[in-house]
Design a protein around this ligand. Structure first.
Ligand code: CMP
Length: 147
């Protein structure tokens, strides 16, 4: 069954001009790009997006990184989209990705465990939250007319 996930090209991915290459890989892998938006997160929004990591030692640095420039948020759709996108991007630490998953997106454009170039929702529940974070309540998709 078709499923949606939230993909994000992080500031280093956008500034490094990886967007077109990443979109090629997305489309070749059978995803449709259903929605996309370039967004410059401020510290408050970035902290909210990553609130589950708020107690971690890397949190402040992560917020700095994610606010350092615009990101490209995309809703991707295909069967088992959440799992497939996570496989395609590879491990969180791009240095490890370059060794263990050389064909992954993070191996292509990431730098280390923080500057890893792309994000993917880790579960269908996270996908629903993250899609509505960037694109609003999904139920609004079905509303076509005001009475
Ligand atoms: P992402 O998959 O978007 O989810 C959380 C992000 O936190 C992760 O990618 C990295 O950008 C960052 N992150 C995760 N682990 C570490 C770490 N050990 N050190 C620094 N940043 C990290």
């Amino acid at each position: 069954q078709r499923e949606r996930t939230l993909a994000m090209i992080k500031p280093d991915g956008l500034s490094g001009n990886y967007t077109e290459k990443i979109k090629e890989v997305i489309l070749e892998s059978g995803f449709d790009i259903v929605k996309e938006a370039v967004v410059h997160l401020d510290a408050e929004r970035a902290s909210l997006f990553y609130s589950e990591h708020s107690g971690r030692s890397f949190f402040d640095s992560l917020v700095m990184y994610m606010t350092s420039g615009p990101v490209l948020a995309m809703v991707l759709e295909r069967p088992d989209a959440v799992l497939h996108w996570r496989v395609l991007i590879g491990p969180t630490d791009a240095r490890k990705a370059k060794i263990s998953h050389p064909n992954s997106i993070r191996a292509m454009c990431g730098l280390d465990s923080e500057k890893n170039c792309v994000h993917g929702s880790d579960s269908p529940q996270s996908a629903a939250r993250e899609i509505s974070f960037f694109f609003g309540d999904v139920r609004s998709d079905t509303v076509e007319h005001d009475e």
